[in-house]
Write a protein that binds this ligand. Structure first.
Ligand SMILES: CCCCCCC[C@@H](O)CC(=O)SCCNC(=O)CCNC(=O)[C@H](O)C(C)(C)COP(=O)(O)OP(=O)(O)OC[C@H]1O[C@@H](n2cnc3c(N)ncnc32)[C@H](O)[C@@H]1OP(=O)(O)O
Length: 289
């Protein structure tokens, strides 16, 4: 049997259905808890994200909303799903998220790039999320799937996204954020059910000694840590971007380096015990205060 192969034109017209979701305060609190917020019971700043009184919603929360499901598991995509890793993620918040809302999400594939045989393919997706009642834009999510087994399908080699450059000076802050051995088991309850993060057999087929953490969980942690280090109001966040540079395992401690230059925050994250950079090119754009 021939190896699966991406048909770029078919992917660019992949027929996603709109996804409607009514989220409540409980969903927003579960998301924050699954990242590890609330570990210190007297930390009032963190409590705001896990307690319904004056609840605030983390700016990375929309990444778990209006998820279109495991579309890349369909053999018709030609994608070798168990070799896909999350490469990059962007979030644009058109308005701060309330503790409860009815939303409609529309996903589409915006480009498919061929990095070459043995190097992989990039599938760029976009999810626009609207207020289900008024139609007003709420969030735009952009994601890069790094399809490690799909290079050489004959597509264009660009354009590729240019990641944000981290300042060359030493970080202004560094903050350690422990994860739990069961962090991925909690995180998946935000409706992110990829078995790569829970099933040792699936992880082994993907080339890992054990299940790895969701990239989006690392993203949420790193962004929350950066805002905490700066004591910055999450409601000021207008946009975020990151690139995932190496997998990390649940239970490892994430060390987040943070820089601030006016309304732009840069960040990246390490697992110091293995001297591995797990997240790079992080940028948070803040609304002018
Ligand atoms: C909507 C959702 C979509 C997501 C679906 C996935 C569902 C999730 O549940 C799955 C996950 O969460 S997986 C966990 C999170 N992700 C990871 O752990 C990936 C970590 N990164 C890696 O392993 C490597 O960087 C790796 C493998 C990505 C690249 O490593 P290498 O092949 O060694 O690449 P390298 O030699 O460093 O660079 C080659 C070219 O690729 C570009 N590049 C590198 N990292 C990239 C990345 N993360 N995203 C996009 N492009 C990337 C480099 O710039 C380089 O480009 P060029 O050839 O043009 O110079």
């Amino acid at each position: 049997m021939d190896a699966p192969r991406i048909d770029r034109e078919r992917l660019l017209q992949w027929p996603f259905e709109d996804v409607y979701q009514h989220y409540t305060a409980k969903d927003a609190m579960l998301y924050a808890l699954s990242l590890g917020l609330g570990a210190d019971p007297v930390d009032r700043d963190e409590l705001r994200f896990v307690y319904e009184k004056d609840l605030r919603v983390l700016p990375t929360f929309p990444v778990v909303l209006c998820h279109p499901g495991p579309w890349n598991a369909d053999p018709a995509t030609g994608i070798v799903r168990n070799r896909v890793l999350h490469g990059e993620q962007g979030v644009i918040l058109h308005q701060p998220l309330p503790p409860e809302a009815r939303l409609r999400g529309r996903t589409r594939i915006v480009d498919v790039i061929d990095k070459g045989e043995g190097r992989g393919a990039l599938v760029y997706t976009e999810r626009q999320i609207f207020d289900a009642d008024t139609g007003a834009p709420v969030v735009t999510l952009s994601a890069t799937s790094f399809c490690r087994a799909n290079g050489g399908f004959g597509g264009p080699s660009g354009p590729v996204r240019q990641p944000h450059s981290i300042p060359e000076r030493p970080a202004d802050h560094e903050i350690d954020w422990p994860t739990l051995p069961q962090t991925a088991l909690w995180y998946r309850l935000n409706a992110d059910f990829n078995p790569l993060h829970v099933d040792p057999d699936v992880a082994a087929k993907a080339g890992f000694e054990r299940p790895i953490l969701h990239g989006l969980c690392t993203f949420g942690i790193a962004a929350a840590a950066a805002l905490k280090a700066l004591r910055e109001d999450p409601a000021r966040v207008e946009a975020l971007d990151v690139r995932f540079s190496a997998p990390l395992f649940p239970g490892e401690t994430i060390s987040v380096e943070v820089w601030r230059d006016g309304d732009v925050v840069s960040f990246r994250a390490w697992v110091r015990s293995r001297a591995v950079k797990v997240l790079d090119n992080g940028r948070i754009r803040l609304r002018r205060s």
